[in-house]
Design a protein around this ligand. Sequence first.
Ligand code: NAG
Ligand code: NAG
Ligand code: NAG
Ligand code: NAG
Ligand code: NAG
Ligand code: NAG
Ligand code: NAG
Ligand code: NAG
Ligand code: NAG
Ligand code: NAG
Ligand code: NAG
Ligand code: NAG
Length: 817
Amino acid sequence: MKALTVSLFLLARVHSTYSANLTSLVNLFIGTASGANGGSGGNAFPGSAIPHAMAKVGIDVSTSPRQAGYVHDNSTITGVSTLHDEGTGGNTDGGYGNFPLFPFIGTCTNSSGVNNPECEPGIEARAALRAANTDVASPGYFSTTFVSGIQIEMTSTRRAGLIRFTFPASSSRTNYLVVDLTNDLGRSFSGGTMSISPSGHVQLGGTFLQSYGPSNYSTFSCYDFDSTPLQSGTYQSVNSSDPTVFDISLSSTANMSLAFPFTSNVSPIQAGGLVAFNATQVVARFGVSMISSAQACANAEEEVLTTSDGAWDFDGIIAASNEQWEDTLSRVQIDVEKENATVVELLYSSLYRSALVPANFTGENPYWVSEFPFFDAMFCSWDVFRTVHPLLSITSPLQWASIVSAYVDGWRNTGFIPECRANTKPGYVQGGSDGMPILGEFAVKYGAFAEALGVPTDDLYQALVDTAENTPPDWLTVGRQNTAWKMFDFIPTDWVDPSGSVGLPTREASRAYEYALGDFAVRQAGIALNKSLADINKYANRSMNFVNMFNPLITSDGFSGFAQKRFQNGTFIFTNPVTCSPVDPVASSCARGDDNVSGFYESSSWEMSFFAPHSVATLVRLMGGNTTFVERVNNYFAKGYFTAGNEPSFNVPSIYHYAGRPDLSALRIRNVVFTDFSTQIGGIPGNDDSGAMAALLTFHLLGLYPVQASTQFLIGSPFVSGYTLTNDLFNTSTTFTVSGFDSTTLTPTPPSGSRLFVKSVTVNGVDTGSVCTIDFADVVGGGEVVIEVDGDADAAAARGCGPAGLPDSLETGGFVL
Ligand SMILES: *[C@@H]1O[C@H](CO)[C@@H](O)[C@H](O)[C@H]1NC(C)=O
Ligand SMILES: *[C@@H]1O[C@H](CO)[C@@H](O)[C@H](O)[C@H]1NC(C)=O
Ligand SMILES: *[C@@H]1O[C@H](CO)[C@@H](O)[C@H](O)[C@H]1NC(C)=O
Ligand SMILES: *[C@@H]1O[C@H](CO)[C@@H](O)[C@H](O)[C@H]1NC(C)=O
Ligand SMILES: *[C@@H]1O[C@H](CO)[C@@H](O)[C@H](O)[C@H]1NC(C)=O
Ligand SMILES: *[C@@H]1O[C@H](CO)[C@@H](O)[C@H](O)[C@H]1NC(C)=O
Ligand SMILES: *[C@@H]1O[C@H](CO)[C@@H](O)[C@H](O)[C@H]1NC(C)=O
Ligand SMILES: *[C@@H]1O[C@H](CO)[C@@H](O)[C@H](O)[C@H]1NC(C)=O
Ligand SMILES: *[C@@H]1O[C@H](CO)[C@@H](O)[C@H](O)[C@H]1NC(C)=O
Ligand SMILES: *[C@@H]1O[C@H](CO)[C@@H](O)[C@H](O)[C@H]1NC(C)=O
Ligand SMILES: *[C@@H]1O[C@H](CO)[C@@H](O)[C@H](O)[C@H]1NC(C)=O
Ligand SMILES: *[C@@H]1O[C@H](CO)[C@@H](O)[C@H](O)[C@H]1NC(C)=O
């Protein structure tokens, strides 16, 4: 890594003079199509949120899959709720969605004050259709309108916000809001309490199940209304065997409450509050907390500002959210008038989604007292280490440092780097402990500034070493099967840890590849943080053990050598390399469970055998050299083994670089972007996965791809004629100009002769000698990068990577820091 000589005196937020209205370019409905089998419509969250918000307020549909609550179809709506995930797979009913509000017009008591059976606060009966094409979303704002004419609008801050209900003016009946205690998206209520006052002050708390993990969690909320209710009260199922029949109790004078003790079986009962208004517009103020309902109220008081006349400032909150988003989006600036409009929309919509999570839960940590930030929805590190964190590393190191600090604090308080913390609890480990490459990458990019950024480097390093060395008693939700990894130098299939440590022993082959990259991350941090040569060598050596999963004797489509799982005696166990690819001839289980027999997680051996970002030269050698490697990558795409919608595929379109063929990477990436992504609701090939897809698309459009846990980026062919990256620590603006940019390349198959191929790269006028790689120091260095492109395919093939040679691999002496 080149020395970054920027002084910390410059540590200040970049205030751009750029005045383009970038928030207006974000399409929040990309990735909200209805999907099946765990989503694949994208599961993007289109509601209101500030960058990295805890509060994500949006409407919830009645049909699943609905991981983020919302689906852009004609499903009925069951409520508007204030916590959501972004783009996750897992539980198809969705995560969070706690304590929804729901508006209806009706009569819950007749004039004698007796309950009216027409009053139906239950989730099934109340569900309402939206009027066609009334969903509207922009950063910091969401609105929908029911067929009945009731409009719901929302906006939010980090832990609070406003929800505005506008009832049709002609109604002669009463306007009601349900404040639902029990129905989260997963219908997982396990006990809780609610109180409601005649003034409409509502406090709630409950325990629910994680959407992707084995535990329960507690969450709290507080609601107030801007007009005094006619009546308020409670409803609850008369009994658990008929939870859709309700006792309703309304009053204009009495405080009321509900309490359901914790139950280890999810409770089917439905219960909550009812508030009646004669106002035609009612604004609800909400606050959320993971600590207490009192803290939820305090968060609302603190964060929801008022106008000079004392009213809650709905428009002011939208404006404040917009300002934060404008700041986030403006860290990548392009000429939005000049560039291709589709590319502009894809870029800013992707930048938006890649900054929704991890979520800033600072002040909301229920488990330990800490001076350090607390982040949740690290959902999962497996998904986000490849692209989300590398994108943060370029533009947003101040935010990234606090997220990394939260990872380190997880280790500080639990002994291991968190992997899939969600709903404040450890979720399931998918492969390796993929917080490791995140921490390693932070060390190599910002190690020199880490202490000033609030990340103690000795702690960061110890977090990596402990996670690389120690095996937790149960590596289901955190850590790795290190005992086996260290004893065998691979992950054996038929081995039980005599220490009694247990986990889910599937995915042996793909876990080994991820463990190897994790060890490389320790090596990288060791160098960056001046640790011992013994450590550096040890982890470098261990990081090469992915080769031990490679069986040279397996052949598929005429190509030899594939990763396979192994018995402890070293004998390989044959599984078809096509298994778990999109064209798997038999239905196979490719998830975490015991029924996964292939040894690979959400990926085929065809795909996962390409995963060693730290030593791709080793793969090229093992697979038979440059020519065969290129043919093999071509075959992988031609035969449909590429799983565009899932993370293990991310590095393959640009892997031609390692055989000296960046021209083929450029062609392939054009094809992937215009085949698999679009601005439609189905415009993401799989789940957005906490912004992983969004960040991947961002990198493709900018013509960069990060080599994880390193300072190296692979250079692609940008989809815009130029862009400026700003970095909020160094206070730098780096301008990339594509000399000879050719918009006719913006198709799945650029025409012959179109200027797609990178011919030279200069940084501040000096030719770097490489058309394959650029270092982080140059990407954030504040200079002028000129990428010259031309259309001579033969010359591009002959040029290879240029005089500086292939991208780094450990095997060929690369990654010298
Ligand atoms: C940005 O554009 C949107 C939509 O065109 C518009 O409503 C909004 O007022 C604009 N904001 C600013 C600050 O110009
Ligand atoms: C909802 O959309 C589906 C698919 O387009 C259609 O079959 C169905 O009739 C629609 N339902 C309603 C209630 O509009
Ligand atoms: C209110 O409902 C109760 C129970 O159904 C009924 O006995 C009573 O007559 C009703 N009062 C009015 C004014 O409708
Ligand atoms: C989760 O459930 C357990 C019982 O399995 C209970 O003891 C614990 O208090 C619950 N946790 C929360 C946060 O409610
Ligand atoms: C539960 O409530 C329903 C509806 O009122 C009633 O029909 C049923 O008998 C009740 N069951 C029990 C076990 O109380
Ligand atoms: C309701 O509770 C509030 C807060 O505890 C209290 O100030 C108020 O007096 C109570 N009102 C009634 C009618 O009990
Ligand atoms: C309903 O609202 C109107 C106007 O705000 C008010 O004058 C009236 O007293 C309210 N009715 C009740 C029953 O509170
Ligand atoms: C997280 O929230 C804290 C408390 O409001 C704030 O100081 C910090 O800047 C936030 N960090 C990010 C990355 O949003
Ligand atoms: C690195 O560590 C060595 C040995 O511990 C020490 O002598 C040297 O000064 C350190 N260098 C830096 C830059 O901290
Ligand atoms: C290795 O172990 C497996 C499973 O126990 C066994 O089937 C195989 O024969 C063994 N191979 C050798 C070479 O012993
Ligand atoms: C593969 O291609 C690269 C770049 O053209 C070249 O440096 C390298 O020597 C080639 N390797 C072999 C084994 O031919
Ligand atoms: C932008 O590129 C897309 C994809 O090639 C193309 O369909 C579209 O027409 C282009 N838009 C403009 C305004 O040139």
